[in-house]
Design a protein around this ligand. Structure first.
Ligand code: ZN
Length: 209
């Protein structure tokens, strides 16, 4: 109990620090919606275990959608460095948690992000932050992949960007719509990764290592 409370507080603190908290009015609206939702499926809102659930779930949703209230430029700001590097930089296996916009259920997986600098590089942890900013919204995997690639292209003006996302979709798995273990793979190749077959195959072989 105490532990839960602490981690709730930690999350709140993190949110308020980077300005991605919701205002109280909207948090209350979300909690009200959860009350309605629980009632509509036939739950007893006064049941002990559910007493704090609407507020807790609203906080959780606030965290999972904080990407709407974060600014890529602000996150990247100060983490871009000049460099003469001109080889592929690949950040592999970035954990990814998002929510599908069709069912509001999670999809979970990994993102692999590569770019070839043209004068500018970015801190590795920032690449993961960029993935989070777009993942913490309601998404479809195809758009998420493209948004990550395009924002790097815009901020770093590299020779090229390649993003591959592989994820399992709980809306398929839990509802038994498709094969339980199917993984969806999407990619977005820009610049030299798109135009040059050798660069592309170098990237793909790096991914396999
Ligand atoms: Zn879905």
């Amino acid at each position: 109990m105490i532990r839960n409370r602490n981690s709730d507080l930690e999350i709140e603190e993190r949110l308020s620090r980077d300005g991605s908290a919701l205002d109280q009015k909207n948090l209350d609206r979300i909690a009200d919606s959860y009350r309605q939702l629980l009632d509509a499926v036939g739950e007893d809102l006064d049941r002990e275990g559910l007493r704090r659930t609407p507020d807790r779930a609203a906080r959780a949703l606030e965290f999972l959608t904080q990407g709407y209230r974060q600014d890529i430029d602000e996150i990247i700001n100060g983490a871009v460095f000049e460099s003469s590097a001109s080889e592929i930089i690949l950040v592999k296996d970035i954990e990814l948690y998002s929510l599908c916009e069709h069912h509001l259920l999670p999809f979970i997986g990994r993102a692999h992000v590569a770019y070839i600098p043209s004068g500018k590089v970015i801190g590795l942890s920032k690449v993961a932050r960029i993935v989070d900013v777009f993942a913490r919204r309601f998404q479809i995997q195809e758009n998420l992949t493209t948004q990550i690639a395009e924002s790097l292209m815009r901020c770093l003006e590299p020779s090229g960007v390649a993003v591959v996302v592989e994820a399992k979709h709980l809306c398929m798995m839990m509802r038994g719509v498709e094969k339980q273990n199917s993984v969806m793979k999407t990619s977005c190749l820009l610049g030299v990764f798109k135009d040059d077959a050798r660069t592309r195959s170098e990237f793909l072989s790096l991914l396999k290592e």
